[in-house]
Design a protein around this ligand. Structure first.
Ligand SMILES: *Cc1c(COP(=O)(O)O)cnc(C)c1O
Length: 393
């Protein structure tokens, strides 16, 4: 029945399990394990756990299972596996599916920790990784080989908001038999059309828009039932990156409002981008929703909204960017995104500090770049705050 429901109905109700008490809010099964009625039942469950049977919270838990089922229903995948953080999801997916001798093609514009997994960790175990400019289809085509097992990309890159043509990359990857793994944080589960565009595995840091209120870490891997249960689950359950039941409950509460929050935040981001575009104190205003964005048409075709994050490149460089950040009264200086609070980040000195200067330059992470994650405050107040900050540079 529930497959006929719209997204917002699923976000509130899908997969709900009620105990004998009939609680309204999802129960938090804050338990490490489960008692078996008898020794035979324990033996049977270890041999093959039933659909709603649990063994140990590292393997699965009823509160976590509701979260997994709800996100899978939202994303349109057969199944999902929840993890302790977004990075546990990224590293778990790649470590579970790859082995020594495999080849991976990845876009270069990645979140710092994703880059670390691909550049430092996988290569240590004999996986070969080729990096490409994700917006250049010729580079993907040239890098793909018959032994390419997977491609990895952020559909919208952090922090410069490049949009990769997922449908085109997926067609090229599938032609050589490679799986398409996407980190879809910036697209958000609300605007994602990743499954219909050809993604095989879709990963979210739930820390971002799913929680949306800056409270807890979490992650989720969405894919086919065979991939999630035969490839991901054995790796995750033995390596320990399990999501805590309490954090799963926090995330479930985040899901009930994510659609409203993300749409409101994206509308505000669009208005802010339009209000600041053309300001002489900014060298660039990067937002996929602006017609001037280099991949605006790709963004429009592959997402049902343009996201909640924009980037501003302050013409005066680092000093001017810092003066602006320090002058803001509403936006807070931090490094989360997707939060109800507007957050500003200076990537060159924080999230991407460790990158060598030439790599920063190649990725467009200039000294003046500010990442702006738009929250739920009044749009007019945010625009006034940003303009006031710009006045201080
Ligand atoms: C934050 C983020 C991650 C990592 O998520 P955590 O929950 O912090 O581990 C991965 N990818 C992208 C694009 C992110 O923004």
């Amino acid at each position: 029945m529930t497959q006929d429901w719209g997204k917002r109905t699923k976000l509130v109700h899908h997969g709900a399990r009620r105990s004998q008490y009939g609680e309204v809010a999802e129960a938090i099964y804050l338990t490490q394990g489960f008692v078996y009625p008898d020794a035979e039942a324990a033996e049977a469950r270890f041999l093959q756990a039933g659909a709603d049977e649990f063994i140990y919270a590292r393997y699965g838990n009823p509160t976590v299972a509701v979260f997994e089922e709800r996100v899978a229903a939202l994303e349109g995948t057969e199944d999902a596996f929840a993890t302790a953080s977004g990075m546990a999801a990224v590293s778990g997916t790649l470590m579970a599916m790859l082995r020594a001798g495999d080849h991976v093609v990845s876009s270069r514009a990645l979140f710092g920790s994703c880059l670390y997994i691909l550049e430092e960790v996988l290569t240590r175990y004999g996986v070969e990784v080729t990096f490409v400019d994700g917006t250049d289809l010729d580079q993907w085509q040239a890098a793909l080989r018959p032994d390419t097992r997977a491609v990895f990309l952020e559909t919208v890159s952090n922090p410069t908001l490049e949009v990769i043509d997922l449908q085109a990359v997926a067609a090229l990857a599938h032609a050589v038999g490679a799986q398409v793994v996407v980190d879809n944080v910036f697209a958000t589960p609300v605007f994602s059309r990743a499954v219909e565009l050809g993604a095989d595995v879709i990963i979210y840091s739930a820390t971002k828009h799913i929680d949306g209120q800056g409270r807890a870490l979490g992650g989720i891997i969405c894919g086919t039932r065979a991939f999630i249960r035969k490839t991901v689950e054995p790796y995750m359950k033995h390596t320990g990156g399990a999501l805590s039941p309490f954090n799963a409950w926090v995330m479930l509460n985040g899901l009930t409002t994510i659609d409203l929050r993300v749409r409101a935040q994206a509308a505000s981001a669009q208005a802010i981008a339009e209000a600041l575009e053309g300001d002489g104190r900014l060298a660039r205003v990067l937002y996929p929703g602006l017609p001037a964005h280099p991949q605006h048409s790709v963004a429009k075709a592959q997402m049902s909204g343009f996201g909640t994050v924009l980037a501003l490149d302050v013409a005066g460089g680092k000093e001017a960017a810092f003066r602006m950040l320090n002058a803001l009264q509403i936006a807070v200086i931090s490094n989360n995104l997707g939060d109800a609070r507007t957050i500003v980040t200076h990537p060159a000195t924080t999230t991407h500090q460790r990158l060598p200067e030439d790599q920063k330059a190649a990725l467009g992470i200039t000294p003046g770049l500010i990442r702006l994650s738009v929250g739920l405050e009044d749009t007019a107040d945010l625009i006034a705050d940003l303009k006031c900050g710009l006045g201080m540079i």
